[in-house]
Design a protein around this ligand. Sequence first.
Ligand code: F6R
Length: 646
Amino acid sequence: MLTQREKMNVVIIEGLDRIARVVAERIASVIRSKATEGAQAVLGLATGSTPLGVYRELIRMHREEGLDFSNVVTFNLDEYFPMDPGSMHSYHRYMWENLFDHVNIRRENVHIPRGDIPKHEVDEHCRAFEEAIVQAGGLDFQLLGIGRTGHIGFNEPGSGPGSRTRLIFLDTLTRRDAAGDFFGEDNVPVEAITMGVGTILEAREIVLMATGEHKAKIVQRAVEGPVDPDVPATYLQGQPNVTVYLDPPAAAELTRIKTPWLVGEVEWTREREVEAVAWLSEQVGKSILRLGERDYRDQHLSSLVARYGSAPRLNGEVFNALIAKIRGKSKLPREKRIVLFSPHPDDDVICTGATLHKLQGNDNQIVIAYQTSGNIGVVDDELRRYSELMRRVGRAFQIRDSALDELPEKIERFLADKAPDQVDIPEVQELKRAIREAEAVAALETLRLQPSQARFLNLPFYRTGEAKKNPIGERDVEIVVELLEEMRPEIVFVAGDQADPHGTHRKCKEAIDRALARYSGPSPEVWLYRGAWEEWPVDEASVFVPMSEEELRLKILAVFKHESQRDKVPYASPGDRDIWQRVEERNRGTAATLERLGLPAYFAMEAFVVERDGQRLENPAVPTSSLGAEAHERSTKAARPAKSKT
Ligand code: F6R
């Protein structure tokens, strides 16, 4: 019943590692069963961020369980065009680095479309690629990801169901999504060679994987929407040999998850009730207190009203539950020890700026822990400006320091010849880090915090100099544990979004989760903020912190201090809007939604989901002071600027 709107087999599995293990196990069983028949296993493989865990698991199986790749033949879905196979962006390099170099596959059995051939040879190359698949006996297994355009392979909107391997123009959204890896959208190739939809559909087994909330909308469209050339993944519908593996964030928009009452009986919890009533209110365009029995009946929610006996009683319950979540300054924590973790310098002010300002005013003892330097996000132009400043400062103050003389020279020489994908020299990385740290401090000061409240953890996993980061390691976790042991926080703020393109937020959260599991103190309350891309939906949030127009302005001023991130970093702001515009839209949007539901009309709001030990706290208690008198004195000294600017 619940899956009646899904036109593909969908399996939802919690945790990226677990999905990776299940999919790797499927691939391994194809390889083994082909080997027992004495035949080759022909695999179609994908690149991108999604299958990395699968490849890691296959390597582990090869090393520890003897999974043998000598009978494996592979065909990759795609490659950018033009693209040098040695480039860090090449899917050739990706496949060798992430899989082939670590298993016993035969070089001649690997097939990846080539991006380094002359254009007039592309058609012939594509034809030969198709022919090679046929010669190998067809694809036994095809692994797919899905792009936010709905592409599979690089079959962008408009691709036909019978399309074959060919050169294709990449969609703007696809190029924007790749911009982070390429250090700017302009560096992303406009074309690619991709296996066709027809080629993919002929595979004997197809697995599509999608993870992260940024995929939720397109997954819903692909799985439940009508078959449509505008969403090529819909061609997979109705095929019995297709399985879609999703993590819960990617599955969040499926009807069975989002609005299960439309497809079956629901086990009602308070959280669900709020979700359903808020949804109904938006659906029929009436405030909660005006919803009538008929509205509930027409939208498959009679069973919910029945639990309360009447619509007004239910309306009142949900209205009260929502209103209790609105927490102005007097209902926010006071005199607590708080650690606010920010994956990059700027997530803190973007997502929690107004709350942070209020918490500081409530005499809490707050430390802002910046987990990474975010230096990858500083564009070279920005650095030139600072290098010029250094030169001028040196001259103006007649500083005869050879480092201050030579550094700008060295930086400018490096930048003059730098290729778009070249890793920065250490001096440039350091300076970019310093720029972001200085911005972070300036932003905190705008919110009336002290520079001494900033801690720059500079976690090692991030320090690769490339968009691609290392997995979280022991030292990353240790650094977080040390901070927790030192601060003994009662509340921690954590970026709880799982959507950022490089997974940095995900990794930062993993470091915190692992550190919390090891930390010797009592479990703190965890206030999850959503990350810079989107806000928590109102039916999911456990706390709303309202702000006045002036407070929003202050917050935006703080965001402005992150100058290196403003409008020059295309991948930092989806669409063409600057970060501050997104902040305003997001915070005003939350307040507007609550207003439509019939709750008090605030100017803007930040939203949080609060948990302890991984369990949601529906109504986190209004905390009372726990800092001792001495600690209180320490905190207020550290917390208050010597001279208030207001
Ligand atoms: C990659 C490919 C693409 C990706 C898709 C999702 O070979 O063909 O279709 O699978 O763009 O990419 P990620 O996994 O990076 O979100």
